[in-house]
Design a protein around this ligand. Structure first.
Ligand SMILES: O=C(O)CCC(=O)C(=O)O
Ligand SMILES: [Fe+2]
Length: 318
């Protein structure tokens, strides 16, 4: 008889550090409860290098790569009727539209027409190119009714996307997106530069070039810095929703422009490098540091075993 593994839904507590000073006691209690009962919790943590704080938003991210585990991670039809079918259909339609735009860009920069399509789209039937990294991100920015955070607080801090091409869908009445083309930036993250609002228009899809396309075109096409401004009192301060479709290079696709301005790099390597740079910049901005551990420190502490390494736990002396 196969073994039955009982999976208990422990629920991962979410702890907000909002109004830290006033809520200190409450937060301490939540942390203690989470750390004693579950040992695992989430804080709002992804820090933007441009702002030094995490964007006040939630997101749900979906991809084309279907493994058994990923199939299981879709919300069930009972919980969210029709969601996975609708989301997949939407992703396929947006991908087909992206292909048409990417083909024109490939021709425009002197590469074979299918370069970016072949480099981003994996065949639906799996096969040896089932290494898609393209994602649809469904975003919800928190409501901020009655609050005035001042001009330096952003729903999404200034950044350029890592991908080839982003298609962004926004809702009417939920403006806030601003752009500052890379070539116009003269100050750190464009803070002191001129930003242009992109007003939401019904039926218009915002498209922006990402860093992968900049590199793949030998810098002929420019990735664009953008950010989402926080609405001020008197503006629509309800939650803001948007959908970002990020056409990313496949993990094993090789990115190199026609003039070979940069060495070849795979989609996987590109992303790993971009994440590392982003992480290091965010650590620097938030004044956190990572430390190199000295060999003598390692030696002096070798008897303390870290449970996460999977080594047998040190025996506790009787
Ligand atoms: O929500 C928006 O309008 C912009 C989102 C964005 O820039 C991103 O997720 O990279
Ligand atoms: Fe973006």
């Amino acid at each position: 008889m196969p073994a039955v593994i009982e999976v208990k839904d422990v629920g991962v507590p979410q702890i907000s550090l909002r109004d830290f000073d006033e809520r200190r006691d409450e937060i301490r209690q939540q942390l203690m409860d989470a750390a004693s009962d579950v040992g695992f919790f989430t804080l709002n943590a992804q820090i933007r290098p441009s702002t030094g704080y995490p964007d006040p938003k939630e997101s749900l991210q979906m991809g084309f790569q279907r493994t058994r585990d990923q199939d299981l991670s879709w919300p069930s039809d009972d919980d969210c009727p029709g969601f996975s079918d609708d989301a997949m259909r939407f992703m396929e339609e947006v991908r087909d539209l992206s292909v048409r735009v990417m083909e024109l860009f490939a021709e425009g920069v002197g590469l074979p027409k299918d370069t970016f399509t072949e480099g981003t789209v994996s065949p639906d039937d799996g096969g040896d190119k089932n290494d898609s990294m393209t994602t649809l991100r469904m975003l919800k920015y928190s409501e901020c009714e009655g609050k005035d955070f001042g001009p330096d607080y952003f729903r999404a801090g200034a950044h350029a996307d890592f991908d080839v091409l982003t298609l962004l869908f926004q809702r009417e009445g939920q403006d806030g997106l601003e752009v500052c083309p890379g070539k116009d930036i003269t100050t750190e993250f464009g803070r002191g530069d001129k930003w242009t609002p992109v007003k939401v228009e019904r039926g218009a899809i915002v498209v922006n070039v990402g860093d992968q396309l900049k590199r793949w075109s030998d810098d002929r096409l420019q990735s664009t810095f953008h950010r989402v401004r926080c609405p001020r009192p008197g503006e629509n301060q309800q939650a803001r929703f948007s959908l970002g479709f990020f056409n990313q290079a496949r993990r094993d696709a090789v990115i190199q422009g026609p003039a070979k301005r940069y060495p070849p790099i795979t989609g996987g390597e590109f992303l790993a490098q971009a994440m590392k740079r982003n992480y290091d910049a965010a650590m620097k901005k938030s004044k956190l540091e990572t430390y190199e551990v000295k060999a003598e420190t390692l030696e002096a502490n070798k008897d303390f075993q870290v449970s996460g390494t999977g080594l047998e736990r040190a025996k506790v002396a009787a």
